[in-house]
Design a protein around this ligand. Structure first.
Ligand SMILES: [Fe+2]
Ligand SMILES: [Fe+2]
Length: 190
């Protein structure tokens, strides 16, 4: 019993940290999208909006588990520091890499046998990998000033409504490779 209680406490603490991270990432990406549009990088703006929607889905998933474990989902939203679109993209990539390489692996290790915590952390980590890949791709295009590339043109992204997995191609799979949601239930974000 004691073990479960302390496992719950650790999970609530980590879930709250992840909830805060995802909620602030959503706020950041929303502001970065506005700046990218103003800079003429409309494809990068679409990616910020898609990734931002995914972070919102992660925050909602984390909040659900926090409640299940008896906690209260609340966090502080910090003011967003908006720089050039290239710098904003680099900041976004750094955030995704931290989550993929450090934060979520640590939280998964600490989650013990709690299936709900394990699942929401794993789903978010897998989705962040898709964001890191797409941000790296668009950073190369924006960094090279490629105004004739997709980075400059608004485009659709496909976001899994359950786990936040984000793809740039339509019907890449029949089902979400992370959570198995059927592809027709993906959200199209532009
Ligand atoms: Fe992300
Ligand atoms: Fe999914």
């Amino acid at each position: 019993m004691l073990e479960v209680a302390s496992e719950n406490a650790i999970n609530i603490e980590n879930l709250l940290a992840a909830y805060e991270g995802e909620s602030n990432a959503h706020a950041k990406y929303t502001a970065f999208a506005v700046k990218a549009d103003a800079d003429g990088w409309h494809g990068a703006a679409s990616l910020f909006r898609a990734a931002g929607r995914a972070e919102q889905i992660h925050a909602t998933n984390h909040a659900r588990v926090i409640k299940q474990l008896g906690g209260e989902a609340k966090c502080e939203i910090h003011p967003v520091e908006v720089k050039s679109t290239l710098e904003n993209l680099r900041a976004a990539l750094a955030g995704e890499q931290y989550e993929v390489n450090t934060m979520y692996p640590d939280f998964i290790k600490a989650a013990g046998k709690n299936a709900a915590a394990l699942r929401t952390f794993t789903w978010a980590m897998e989705a962040e990998k898709t964001h890191a890949r797409l941000y790296a791709e668009v950073i190369a295009l924006v960094g090279a000033g490629m105004k004739d590339s997709w980075a400059a043109t608004a485009r659709d992204f496909y976001v899994c409504a359950v786990c936040g997995y984000t793809s740039e191609t339509e019907e890449e799979h029949e089902r979400c490779p992370v959570c198995n949601l059927s592809w027709d239930k993906f959200e199209v974000i532009r």
